[in-house]
Design a protein around this ligand. Structure first.
Ligand SMILES: Cc1cc2nc3c(=O)[nH]c(=O)nc-3n(C[C@H](O)[C@H](O)[C@H](O)COP(=O)(O)OP(=O)(O)OC[C@H]3O[C@@H](n4cnc5c(N)ncnc54)[C@H](O)[C@@H]3O)c2cc1C
Length: 362
């Protein structure tokens, strides 16, 4: 009999989980309190930069890197598939990543050598960017990007074409502890029934499950970002000390972002706008005369060590979690979707699932 699954949250993690479940013959419904792939204030997935790479991967654990390793290959194939099957272009591009000092060059070089990520020591000036201490930049030509709003729209269309039901403007109630989950109530009093449920509710996941025994350490971390359209754009993505710039194929340029612990407040601030534009102008002085076209924010699902929870619920049967991807949800979503689907189908995941297991709250 076809397995019926309800996914709670229609961001990148929910949509990727839905795609993986469709591939395994499940009947899938995504429940989203706003609209899937819409630019709604707060949700992280449309707001992100789209770099398919953890900014400085040598700073993260093997468990984080295990989820990010093959993401670029996956997205390259996915974007071709989405273009063929939906006619929509997610703007995948191998634009490379230029890392400006300061960072631990030895650790970076060792990591790249170990992971077989091509890397070259270069002078930043050769790339037409202004570097404060110029000489020791690193060039990673194989690093890729995708455009999150376009990706989300293409995935939405693919999901519709593949008979995924979308219950939009439908919010689920925080869950009460129970032994077995068969139905989940919406805030309007409807009961949704399924064989299995998956929480992919990003920054809101803790609020949804805090009355259950799940030990979840997830909180919103705001990120603000600016959009320019300079006369002459960068050709590669550039990073310096937590700050990055991402050129798009059609001439736009993103600059960001912040990591702000301000709760569920998705407003944008003038102080951050000034801070980001100063950092952008230090790398690209010509931006001083370029208007800022847009300024937005998203609430990332922040977790310690950037480690998501991909797991069965510790005490509620039929309930699974795929959440807490913090800064790299786009990059981790493909591997994390495969993992949660394997767990739901009783199979052994390709990547060891133990580091992402949800513990019982003591
Ligand atoms: C500025 C910024 C830049 C970023 N850059 C990158 C990057 O370059 N590369 C990268 O890999 N990652 C990046 N990220 C991180 C990435 O965007 C996130 O990790 C990812 O989007 C998280 O996806 P998600 O689906 O878990 O959450 P979300 O996109 O937030 O989706 C969760 C959804 O659940 C819904 N929901 C919540 N509660 C309920 C409920 N009770 N009922 C129904 N629906 C509910 C919400 O409305 C929301 O749509 C960036 C993030 C930001 C903010």
């Amino acid at each position: 009999m076809t397995k019926k699954v309800v996914i709670v949250g229609g961001g990148i993690v929910g949509c990727m989980t839905a795609m993986a479940l469709v591939g395994r013959g499940c009947s899938v419904t995504i429940v989203e309190r706003n609209q899937i792939a819409s630019q709604t204030s707060g949700e992280s997935s449309w707001a992100g930069g789209g770099i398919i790479f953890p900014l400085l991967p040598w700073l993260y654990s093997d468990a984080v890197n295990a989820l990010t390793n093959n993401a670029a290959n996956f997205y390259q194939a996915l974007s071709q598939r989405l273009l063929q099957e939906t006619g929509m272009d997610a703007n995948f591009a191998q634009s490379g990543f230029l890392l400006l000092p300061t960072f631990d060059t030895e650790a970076a070089q060792a990591w790249c050598a170990n992971q077989q990520v091509p890397m070259q020591a270069v002078k930043a000036s050769a790339f037409g960017v202004q570097s404060l201490s110029g000489e020791n930049a690193l060039w990673l030509p194989s690093i890729c990007q995708i455009r999150p709003p376009y990706l989300m729209q293409a995935m939405r269309k693919w999901l519709e074409q593949n008979n995924v039901s979308m219950l939009e403007h439908t919010e689920l109630m925080p869950l009460k502890q129970t032994a077995v989950l068969n139905t989940w109530q919406t805030v309007h009093g409807e009961s949704l029934t399924a064989d299995q449920f998956v929480v992919t509710s990003g920054a809101w996941s803790y609020e949804l499950l805090k009355e259950t025994t799940a030990k979840l350490n997830i909180k919103p971390m705001r990120g603000q970002i600016l959009l320019y359209k300079p006369q002459k754009n960068l050709e590669q993505m550039v990073y310096r000390e937590g700050f990055y710039m991402i050129p798009r194929r059609d001439g736009y340029l993103l600059a960001g972002s912040t990591l702000e612990d301000v709760g569920f407040d998705a407003t944008v601030t003038e102080a951050v706008r000034d801070e980001i534009s100063a950092k952008a102008e230090a790398i690209m002085p010509q931006l001083k005369n370029t208007p800022i076209i847009k300024h937005w924010s998203g609430l990332r699902p922040g977790t310690p060590e950037n480690l998501p929870t991909i797991s069965a619920h510790p005490s509620i049967q039929n309930l699974y979690l795929n959440t807490g991807h913090f800064r790299y949800g786009l990059t981790m979503a493909p591997a994390s979707a495969q993992m949660v689907v394997s767990l739901m189908l009783g199979e052994k995941p390709e990547i060891d699932a133990v580091p992402y297991t949800c513990e019982l709250n003591a």
